[in-house]
Design a protein. Structure first.
Length: 114
């Protein structure tokens, strides 16, 4: 069972009535790359995922927790709250670092569940 990042991107994109072509323009990510990601043929690097999220108008946190199990969402929320209160989580000190950290944790959680 893999992390369905592509499916989440596609679902959010469609719910906002954005075409792949429009998202490509907004995010600066090639449409062919978006297509591969949405089909699950490519797992995006964090910088690509961050650009896609900006194009969709959502945070990486929102994308990662979109349709997730409650336990994963709670983990992300607890870590987000810690950062917002000035605490350090791992090596994270900025929202970009936090989102990257959470993305890596989600991948790690998924790898451990296989």
């Amino acid at each position: 069972m893999g992390v369905d990042i592509g499916g989440k991107v596609k679902s959010i994109r469609q719910s906002k009535a954005i075409t792949q072509s429009e998202l490509a323009k907004r995010s600066g990510v090639a449409q062919s790359t978006l297509s591969y990601i949405e089909k699950g043929a490519k797992h995006p690097r964090f910088n690509t995922l961050s650009a896609i999220c900006k194009g969709l108008g959502v945070s990486v946190f929102e994308l990662l927790s979109y349709g997730e199990k409650a336990s994963r969402t709670k983990l992300f929320e607890a870590q987000l709250n810690a950062i917002s209160q000035g605490q350090t989580v791992g090596d994270t000190q900025s929202s970009y670092d936090l989102e990257k950290y959470l993305y890596e944790k989600l991948i790690q959680l998924d790898d451990n569940s296989e």
